[in-house]
Design a protein around this ligand. Sequence first.
Ligand code: NOJ
Length: 762
Amino acid sequence: MIDHLLSRRAALLAAATVAAWAGSPARALLLAADSIASPAWLDALLARMTVEEKAGQLTLMAAAWAGSAATALNPPSGNASFDQQLAETRSGRLTGVFNGNGAEMAKRMQDVAVHQSRLKIPLIFAADVIHGFRTIFPVPLGEAASFEPDLAERTARAAAVEASAAGIDWTFAPMVDIARDARWGRGIEGAGEDILLGRRFAAARVRGFQGRSLTDDDSLMACAKHFAAYGAAESGLDYSSVDVSERTLREVYLPPFKSALDAGAVSVMAAFNEISGIPATANEWLLRGVLRDEWKFGGLVVSDYTGDEELIAHGFAADAREATRLAFLAGVDMSMQSGFYIRHLPDLVAKGDVPMARLDEAVRRVLQVKARLGLFDDPFRRIHPERERTRIRTRDSLALARESARRSVVMLRNQADLLPLPKSGRSIALIGPFADGQHDLNGTWCVYGDDRQACDLATGIQEKLGGSARLSVTQGCGVETSLAGGIEAAVAAARAADIVLLAIGESASMSGEAQARTSVTLPAPQQALAEAVAATGKPVVVLLRNGRAMALEGAVRDAPAILVTWFLGSETGRAVADILFGDYSPSGRLPVSFPIESGQEPYHYDHKPTGRPNPPGDAPQDYKAHFRGILNRALYPFGHGLTYGRIHYSDLSADPRMDWDGPLSVSATIANQGDRSVEEVVQLYIRDRAASITRPVRELKDFRKIRLAPRSSQVVRFTLRRSDLLFVGRALEPVVEPGTFDLWIAPSSEAEGVHGAFDLVR
Ligand code: NOJ
């Protein structure tokens, strides 16, 4: 009965809301317009707005609602109360909030915006929905290891469906920064070191978040971030300076952004870093020249969290007023969290330091994205307390979490076919700080997920093996600390078992924002644990948990089997168990090269040859490019990953000539000589032997994940076109030059696979 009364009341309230909203001047103007893209309704609305209301539309703040996650993942800034934010909404001084907490909060704020504010312009609700909302998928770097952009599109879609029910309109994702330095902690949020992989995942994630139409109530507006070159931070130190040539910027760091925008991303976030002396947040060349003039981007540019304020600390702006002017004139339309725009834009406009036309341009963009999100039709379209409860962690989304998790695992090594393990007859010692416990499962940037709801390794393995499993679980040490008696207990457990699963690596807080590391090795207590356990002579399977490429050492590097498991999210334990016990053959490939030693960083496979490359082979030669004592190559390169099959590459077929206008078809036969069904990621690389600008030793040009039944083979065909051979030429324009190109179809960036060459002839 009470439920019935409540729902009746809710229905009446909803009807009243719609009626009041129907009287909104903003909505009336929009309805009278031919299309949301037509400037007429915007001009009419702009004409009614005060300068302060305009600045309000450009001001986004962290949600102050109790329990909001906003500042948990950002440094504290400002101390607004929820009541204050309601007052700001009422007076039109706020465009929206981010990282708030749910439909109830959004409902209360939106009610004020559309009933009590003068122009009744709806608020927009943003959030860092990075790798899931309540169902958590692998961290983006892990998911990139699947080499399946379609999978990323599906998980982004699922995240959007969950988040949109909780009132969220806009996600600050995808992060599309190329990351070539493992010391940088934020590589975990992107797709790794490679440009092509980065482009494909950027586009896929945008498609997934935005869905079929932005107006759909289960779509989120995507935001390509951080524009640009944030991953090129000097020595991998987060927020540090970037000094990069325009060529490298255009060739390496900008392409994933272009792909995200081509896929329809409607917003872009300016990066924290400077680029060669000019902070991205005040970089007119970047934000206007490249983004608007060259790429014709018509969407919205938002600052990063206090990015405009930080122009002062950069030593680029003398004070808050100047920081506002510089960021705004350079092209940052919306200010996140500093409050600078609402505080200083009205005066800047009044004094003629900022033209009204620029103010109107930015406000127009904000209103346009709100319209495209359908907020002028129904400001409550994504605010659904009931769906918020029921549309999360469904059977389907959890199944997708398990699927994406197991597709993200990379098997680096599997000596003597140690894996997969039999499901019975062996006793197993699961050892290490990540063996069990509801921690460090989801990984960083998980604003709304809960580790307590995720499946840990012990649970996943126990479930797989059933009650009779002979499984012992021993912690051995903490992530960065030793435990009294821990190693002794671990050694005893190893001795008593047939096989050891060693669950070691980084905690969730060791990667992500502000988590740069000087050395990408295992913390010493864990290395000591690994050495002691290996000394028992028991076979060891390393289950590495990590948010970056790591330099494996000693007993960990030499363990007979190694699985890279990143942070896999809600279904971690079940997904890893699927692989360990052979229900799924590993199919992931490294999206970042694992160096031999940390000091090689930034290491990426597509480096330049230098004038003194070390000749092929294992011996470092004097006066050739290598570090003292080791070759400058990866321990496990980009693209590497094993399966439970026996994979053989043969029969490269490629015409030795590629005509200027004609495509070149290349193929190879990929055979699985093993007796298990597997998936293989077949990769196509080229090298331009001589060009007017030096070219990398290899560049990935295409890849395909294929399924191979036991003892079967497949001819895999790729098509290369002249556009695949473009590079940024001397005039900083894309060029192609005739000449000879090497070609590999191979299982990784440093494997030979099958190798040929062709001439591009004009
Ligand atoms: C700072 C981060 O750099 C950015 O990626 C994130 O979206 C914002 N904080 C908002 O939380």
